[in-house]
Design a protein. Structure first.
Length: 463
């Protein structure tokens, strides 16, 4: 029986009453939370149990990043300051096509460490090549993840996909996803789940969309898809189908609560109502929008979606499109971005941003019963944030959550527990060779650049 007592910190529970417990403790048995309360009451009941001191720290539920490409960890810097067309077809699709299984493995290990450093304990991966290598890395790093295989079976006119990433038809895409599910769903003590994924609506036939939804229903999971990413994306969908993305999905009769729409940046009021009526979820990727000019923040109808009852959670997306992995930044950007857009200082208070990074994330991956808060019976995924960091001081009762959203950064995360296991302690990874993972990421990234010969060059001269 594996037990752990996280004790002595200020526990931000995110439970139904939104309790914050001073001098609190969280007791864990076999990966689940068995008690949350005052340390003085809980500690005596767990003599001899492994302890993780949270003195001087804030204990939070682990963040849930609902849109993150673990395969793109070696693509940092290859798709900056470019158009969407260049991003897809000149940079990232060729990168995807060139990835070996080993590249993906080291990419996912490297991304995994960055996710943990940011306090992210669970991420939804919308798919790339070699997802089995992502699964291996997730298992080793100790994260929780909803992984997937990207599927795509057609191209907009004049924009062919690299042959090596294209799915082998609808049947091939379904068979490959089934194989991934059979091999990895529920593995690593249940930390790995496998979902369906349609890479992007611009590259999917109606048959593929229907087949992936049918498989998701059969296996009781979600379908991750990039949709309404930006104006270019919408224009391509409209050229092919005559409709904007959400209206197009509605016309196919496939809108359900199993969709996790990545970005959903450019949608109409009518489409907001459709997303809400069918219970689909949205991954808002504000940092990615800032980097890649999607319009999600200023034009994304995020308040309207939430007002209509849609679950909107947060995604860091990738180091090739954000390029930062920092959930504190995403919370800052959603709270600040909406304030700036609407020029109203009271919209999106800090507490709402923290809920989006935790509770809403759990809802988006259909895991609200298991994740998202520190409560009896939930999986023990939690994060320690240094309350004595210069970012957080001075700290008052009323400013604890605002300081987390407006002042803290990933550098303030010191320890991380996933499924009751300490995976990062005092900023070190006890089970992993951090330096080797960094060096392999650099080496594999350099090898990829040599193979790819992308149209990228320094704009300033080197000597
Ligand atoms: Zn994405």
């Amino acid at each position: 029986m594996a037990e752990l007592l996280v004790t002595g910190g200020t526990v931000v529970t995110l439970d139904a009453r939104r309790r914050i417990i001073r001098d609190g403790a969280v007791a864990v048995r076999d990966g689940r939370i068995v008690e949350v309360g005052k340390a003085a009451a809980i500690e005596p009941r767990y003599p001899g149990v492994e302890r993780l001191s949270a003195a001087g720290h804030i204990v939070l539920p682990g963040f849930i990043d609902v849109h993150h490409h673990a395969t793109q960890g070696l693509a940092k810097g290859i798709a900056d300051d470019c158009t969407f067309w260049q991003w897809c077809y000149e940079r990232i699709f060729p990168y995807d096509a060139a990835l070996t299984e080993e590249d993906v493995y080291w990419s996912a290990l490297f991304v995994g460490l960055e996710l943990l450093r940011s306090g992210i304990t669970c991420f939804a991966d919308p798919g790339g090549p070699h997802p089995e290598a992502v699964a291996r890395a997730v298992a080793e790093v100790g994260l929780r993840s909803v992984i997937s295989l990207h599927t795509w079976d057609r191209s907009p006119a004049g924009r062919p996909l690299p042959e090596s990433v294209r799915s082998a038809g609808v049947d091939g895409a379904v068979a490959a996803t089934r194989r991934l599910m059979d091999a990895w769903d529920g593995k690593a003590d249940g930390r790995i789940r496998v979902s369906c994924a349609v890479r992007t609506l611009t590259n999917a036939s109606p048959e593929l969309i229907r087949a992936m939804l049918a498989l998701a229903r059969e296996r009781d999971t979600i379908v991750q898809v990039h949709t309404a990413v930006n104006d270019d994306h919408n224009r391509w969908v409209k050229e092919e189908t005559g409709l904007t993305p959400i209206n197009y999905l509605a016309s196919l009769g496939v809108l359900t609560d199993r969709w996790l729409f990545a970005h959903c940046a450019r949608i109409s009021d009518e489409e907001v109502a459709l997303v809400a009526r069918h219970g689909a979820k949205v991954a808002h990727c504000a940092g990615s929008s800032f980097h890649s000019a999607y319009g999600s923040v200023a034009h994304g109808k995020i308040p309207q979606l939430i007002e209509a009852g849609v679950t909107v959670a947060l995604g860091c997306d990738a180091v090739a499109s954000n390029n930062r992995i920092d959930m504190f930044q995403e919370m800052y950007l959603v709270a600040g971005g909406q304030k700036d857009t609407h020029r109203i200082g009271t919209v999106f208070p800090a507490e709402q941003a923290l809920e989006m990074a935790t509770l809403r994330g759990a809802e988006a991956i259909l895991s609200a019963d298991e994740l998202g808060s520190l409560e009896l019976g939930k999986r023990a995924d939690l994060v320690l944030v240094d309350a004595r960091s210069p970012s957080m001081v001075p700290l008052h009762e009323f400013s604890l959550v605002p300081n987390l959203v407006y002042c803290a950064s990933k550098r303030d995360v010191t320890s991380v527990v996933v499924d009751g296991r300490i995976v990062m302690q005092d900023r070190a990874f006890p089970h992993l060779d951090e330096a080797r993972i960094r060096d392999e990421a650099q080496a594999h990234g350099a090898q990829l650049m040599a193979r790819l010969k992308l149209p990228v060059a320094s704009r300033w001269s080197w000597e």
